[in-house]
Design a protein around this ligand. Structure first.
Ligand SMILES: [Fe+2]
Ligand SMILES: [Fe+2]
Length: 155
């Protein structure tokens, strides 16, 4: 079924934020439950969290941030956001280097969850607000570009 209302760039990125938050909460729930069954599910979840976040960060860096850099005076905020991506990527690389969803992975995923929570809040409160206020920024067209690139990277 076609979507009746096309998501603009901010809606699309915010939907990703909510989806990954859901996965992180699910991971935390399994970490509390413990046991072998939880460990197998945690490993699969951690892999999905890492790959989804990697694609999300990449489409922001390739498409969304450069468009904002051009259309808004948010250069400092974007520098900060890119540095936060770097920190998240380091945690993601460490998680992807682990073979089992053990206590070390629980610790890394929990650190990643804190970092992501803070980062997406800043994007929502500062960057999306600036994007929506920017004259000459076509968020609909930008959303379509993000969506196409996301599909390409996920394929
Ligand atoms: Fe981001
Ligand atoms: Fe984001």
């Amino acid at each position: 079924m076609p979507e009746l209302i096309e998501k603009d760039a901010c809606d699309l990125l915010q939907a990703d934020h909510l989806a990954v938050k859901h996965l992180l909460v699910e991971y935390a729930r399994l970490a509390m439950a413990g046991g072998d069954a939880a460990a197998a599910d945690k490993l699969a979840l951690a892999q999905k969290i890492c790959s989804d976040l990697t694609v999300h960060a990449q489409i922001e860096e390739e498409i969304f941030y450069p468009a904002l850099r051009k259309a808004t005076g948010a250069g400092d905020l974007l520098d900060e956001a890119e540095a936060e991506h770097q920190e998240a990527k380091e945690l993601i690389a460490q998680i992807q280097g682990l073979q089992a969803a053990d206590a070390a992975m629980d610790d890394l995923v929990s650190r990643l969850a804190c970092a992501i929570e803070q980062h997406v809040k800043e994007e929502r409160v500062f960057l999306f607000t600036k994007a929506r206020a920017a004259a000459g920024l076509d968020l609909g067209a930008l959303g379509a570009k993000l969506k196409a690139r996301q599909a390409e990277l996920e394929a």
